[in-house]
Design a protein around this ligand. Structure first.
Ligand SMILES: Nc1ncnc2c1ncn2[C@@H]1O[C@H](COP(=O)(O)OP(=O)(O)O)[C@@H](O)[C@H]1O
Ligand SMILES: Cc1ncc(COP(=O)(O)O)c(C=O)c1O
Length: 275
C-alpha cells in the first residue's frame, strides 16, 4: 500500500501540544505521511504570565515551503493558525492548485481567549477560505464569528449557525460544542447541507485540552487522505480526540495537552446519536 501524504499549513506551538506539532503527531498516529508549511511561531512567556507571543513567517518563506510540498504531491490538506489576510489567500490558492480534500480549522484565537486577534482575518477566513473547504471545523466562538450571529449556547443555535456557514460554500460544517456548550456531553454538530448529525462523547472533566481542535481536524484530514468519506473520517476523529482528551496530561502549571498516542494505545469508547 502506498503511503498517503498530507499537508498542514499552520503555526508552530513551541510547547508541542497544538499547531503543527499536534498535526504531525496525529498524522503519524493515523498512519499517513505529514508535511508542514509554517505560518507563524507561537511562544509562551514564563516571565510574563505565560503570555502568547506570535512571530510571523515571511510570506515568501511560506510560499517556498508550499512549493516543495506540492512538488512531492499530497492526498489531503488542512489549515490551522494562519495569522494574516495574505497567508489566508496563499492557503486558498494552495487548495485550488492541489485539488485535494481540504479541512479548514478556522483558528481565530488561542484557547481561553474570547476576542479575535485580527478582525480582518476573520473576514478573510469567511470570504476566501471557508468557501473552499471540504470540511470546516469551528468551535462555538469561531462559528459565531463565521455565521455572524450572537454567542452560541444551545444545539438549536448551533444548527442555525451551521446553516449560515454552509451557505458560504463548504461541503460539510462541523461545529464543536466541546466543553463550552451547556451540556453534560461533548457534543459536535455535523451539517452536510441537508441533514444534521450529532456526534456525542462523554464530557471529560479535565483542563488538559490544549490542542484538541488541531488534533481533531488533523485526524479528519488523515482519514480523508486514506479515502474515507467525510462522515467516516469525522467518526474516527471523534474517537481519536475523545481518547486523547481522556489521557490528557499536565505539562507545566500553565498548559496540558491531549495525548496523541491514546487512540492507538487504548482504543476508543464512545456513543453516537443520529438526529
Ligand atoms: N472536556 C472534553 N471532553 C470530551 N471532549 C471534548 C472536551 N473538550 C473538547 N472536546 C472535544 O474535542 C474536540 C475539539 O473541540 P474544542 O476543544 O472545542 O476545539 P478548539 O480547540 O478548536 O476550541 C471536539 O470534538 C470537542 O467536542
Ligand atoms: C500554533 C497554534 N495553532 C493553533 C492553536 C489552537 O489550539 P487549540 O487546538 O487548542 O484550539 C494554538 C494554541 O495555542 C497554537 O499555538
Amino acid at each position: 500500500m502506498t503511503m498517503k501524504k498530507v499537508l498542514t499549513i499552520a503555526g508552530s506551538d513551541s510547547s508541542g501540544g497544538a499547531g503543527i506539532q499536534a498535526d504531525l503527531k496525529t498524522f503519524q498516529e493515523l498512519g499517513v505521511y505529514g508535511m508542514s508549511a509554517l505560518t507563524t511561531i507561537v511562544t509562551m512567556d514564563p516571565k510574563n504570565d505565560w503570555h502568547h507571543n506570535v512571530f510571523p513567517i515571511e510570506i515568501s518563506t511560506l510560499e517556498a515551503q508550499i512549493e516543495t510540498i506540492l512538488s512531492v504531491g499530497i492526498d489531503a490538506m488542512k489549515t490551522g493558525m494562519l495569522g494574516s489576510v495574505e497567508i489566508i489567500e496563499t492557503a486558498a490558492k494552495t487548495i485550488k492548485e492541489s485539488g485535494v480534500p481540504a479541512v479548514i480549522d478556522p483558528v481565530m484565537v488561542c484557547k481561553g481567549e474570547d476576542e479575535v486577534l485580527h478582525p480582518e482575518t476573520a473576514d478573510a477566513l469567511r470570504e476566501v477560505l471557508v468557501p473552499l473547504a471540504t470540511v470546516v471545523t469551528p468551535n462555538l466562538f469561531e462559528a459565531s464569528q463565521l455565521a455572524q450571529v450572537k454567542p452560541i449556547k444551545t444545539i438549536e443555535e448551533m444548527k442555525k449557525a451551521a446553516e449560515k456557514i454552509h451557505a458560504l460554500g463548504p461541503k460539510y460544517v462541523i461545529i464543536k460544542g466541546g466543553s463550552k456548550l451547556q451540556s453534560e456531553k461533548a457534543i459536535d454538530l455535523l451539517f452536510d447541507g441537508e441533514n444534521f448529525t450529532i456526534l456525542q462523547a462523554e464530557l471529560i472533566n479535565t483542563p488538559y485540552i490544549h490542542g484538541a481542535g488541531c488534533t481533531f481536524s488533523s485526524a479528519i484530514t488523515a482519514e480523508l487522505a486514506k479515502g474515507k468519506s467525510v462522515t467516516e473520517a469525522i467518526d474516527v476523529a471523534k474517537d481519536f480526540i475523545t481518547a486523547a482528551i481522556t489521557h490528557g496530561f499536565k505539562l507545566n502549571e500553565y498548559v496540558g495537552p491531549t495525548m496523541h498516542g491514546a487512540y492507538r494505545t487504548f482504543g476508543a469508547d464512545r456513543t453516537k446519536v443520529e438526529q
